[in-house]
Structures are given as C-alpha cells and as structure tokens.
Write a protein that binds this ligand. Structure first.
Ligand code: P6P
Length: 321
C-alpha cells in the first residue's frame, strides 16, 4: 500500500503538522485540476490588475490563491496566512492562540502558464512562539521554519517537503500524493548554472565574473552548461536533483533581487539545506535573514555546496547595495 503524504508527516512529525500539509496537498490537487483544463475554461491570461508586487496578476494566480487560502484558512490550528497575492497578512482574530502561520506563493511562475511551462506552489510553515501574534510569527527567520513544501506542476505533479528531518518527494496519483522518494540529497556539485543572463549587464560585475568562471570551469574546476526555464520551481527542482546553482542577482529593476524571501527563497533554502545544499543572498545565509515586512525581496544564490560557496566567496569582495 503506497504511503500518503499525511501518513508520512504524521509518523515523523505528528498529526498537527500532518493536517496542515495535507490541507495544502488537497488544495494543490484542486489547483492542478484548474491548470489542466485552463485552456478550455478561459482562465488563461491576466486578471486585469496588479498585485502588491507590481506584477500583472494572472487569472489562475487569483484562483490558486482562493483555493489555498480557503483550504488552509479553515484549519483551527492556523492563526494567520501570508500570500504573495494578498497585500496584507490574513489574521484569524478568533484564534489568536493557534500554533501555525502559513506563508505561500500560490502559483509561482504563472507568467509561463500561457506557454504551458511548469509552474509551482511554494509554502512555508512557521510555528507561532508563545506570546507572539500571527504577524510576528510570520516574520521569523527562515531557520525557525517548521516545514517547507513545494508543488511542481509539470509532466507529472510532484510535491516535495521537509520538516527538518530530510527531504521527501511525492507524486500525484488519482488525486492523492503518494511517496516517491525519501531523503533526497542534492549532489555536492552539478553540471548546470541557471540565471537570466539577459539581466547580467544590470548586475554587479562580480556576477558576470562568477558566471564566466562557472561556464569555463575556472571557478570550481568543472565547466557548467546553462539551463534556465524562467520558473523558479522548475529551475530549483532540477538543481535539487541534478546539482548545480541557481542565481537571481540584484538588478537595476530589482535592486534587492526579484524573489520574495518569506514564501519563495526561504522555504526552498530550507529544502536545499536539508538536502545537503546551500543558499545565500550572495553573502549571508538566507535562513538567517530577518524580514522587516512580509513581501521583502532578496537576491538568491542557491544549489550545490561547491558552487554556492565558490560564487559567494567571489561576491564577498564586491560592494553591497
Ligand atoms: P525573469 C516567475 O515570474 C518568477 O517569479 C520566478 O518563478 C522565476 O525564477 C523568475 O520570476 C524569472 O524572472 O526576470 O528571469 O523573467
């Protein structure tokens, strides 16, 4: 009998966390169904307004956000939510003592939906320290995370999670996520570097030098090929399985990086470290960063230890913004 996500989490971390991750998984099944029939249901394209990120919301961003917010928000153990798609955190005043706060990007990479490229859902679970409110709990450092999870909607739909005892993957089969692999390990080094090279001219020249060193082998001793999907989940999942490095440097358009700390960089940095990889903002460990507000962005250098430390060392000497 295949192991379900709920069984796996319950066995290792108890029913409380298992209920939260199962609610996310059940919502992901609904999102996957919406994605699968998007072309027929006239839900592709933009919703006609911008989110707090200043980005055109896709119709499916709104749909996925509604699905996740409803599924997670109805749990009596959740004190509040932070979503990429909501300007402000959602605080459940009726349950100030609930143990969990859940932060998520409901549909990352949604601008790729119209061309049928992988997209993802990214989730971070924080436990509310005694005596703190939900917003304070949401702004904890990534090192305090109770769990991190992502869903990769692709040729198959995969769910990967960690709760501090390894990284485990599940495959969607007949509306249930079933265990596919336990204790995934990211290779210490890998064959690819991944970034939007079109932005390099806008970034610190140290990034151009680092990428040149990855390309010609002078940085780590091994040459690297380029892979860039432009959907963070797809680029990260490949890096987790094959090794290598993903970078989103600061640019003139995004001087603090494009990716959001709380519900993109931080959860996937938790997964990366639990799998033996590493993640920095170019210099500081991502999981040590303390956000001032829910939608802060961060530069990101994430992947295999060999590449991340080599690139971070090269960037260490460069002046910070
Ligand atoms: P660029 C998708 O819009 C996203 O937020 C991430 O999924 C992806 O890694 C990044 O933006 C791509 O950004 O500037 O290369 O198009």
């Amino acid at each position: 009998m295949p192991t379900t996500l709920f069984q796996h989490v319950q066995h290792r971390h108890g029913s409380g966390l298992a209920e939260v991750l199962q609610a996310v998984a059940a919502a992901a099944v609904q999102v996957e169904q919406a994605l699968r029939t998007a072309g027929l249901a006239d839900v592709l394209g933009t919703a006609g307004y911008e989110n707090i990120q200043g980005e055109q919301q896709q119709k499916l961003d709104v749909i996925a956000n509604e699905i996740l917010s409803a599924a997670i928000g109805k749990l009596p153990t959740v004190a509040g939510l932070v979503s990429e798609e909501d300007d402000a955190p959602v605080v459940f005043a009726a349950r100030p003592d609930a143990p969990y706060v859940v932060l998520f990007d409901p549909l990352d990479g949604s601008s790729n939906l119209d061309v049928n490229v992988n997209v993802g859902t990214i989730v971070s679970v924080q436990t509310r320290p005694a005596g703190t409110d939900a917003v304070t709990a949401a702004l904890q450092a990534g090192s305090q995370q109770t769990a991190a999870l992502y869903v990769n909607y692709g040729p198959s739909t995969l769910l990967v999670y960690t709760a501090g005892r390894g990284v485990h993957s599940f495959t969607l089969s007949s509306s249930e996520f079933v265990l596919a692999a336990e204790d995934l390990r990211m290779p210490a080094s890998g064959p690819y570097y991944s970034l939007n090279e079109g932005n390099l001219a806008e970034s610190d020249p140290a990034y151009t030098s680092a990428v040149a060193g990855l390309r010609d082998g002078s940085l780590t001793g091994d040459r690297h090929g380029s892979r860039y999907v432009g959907s963070f989940i797809a680029d990260f999942h490949r890096t987790l399985l094959k090794g290598g490095i993903f970078l989103y440097p600061p640019t003139k358009k995004n001087p603090h990086g494009k990716l959001r700390l709380l519900y993109e960089a931080s959860p996937l940095s938790f997964v990366a470290e639990q799998a033996g990889g590493a993640a920095t903002d170019g210099q500081e460990r991502i999981l040590d960063l303390l956000p001032a507000e829910p939608h802060v962005r961060t530069p990101l250098v994430i992947g295999s230890r060999v590449e991340v430390s080599a690139v971070s060392d090269m960037l260490a000497g460069s002046p910070r913004e």
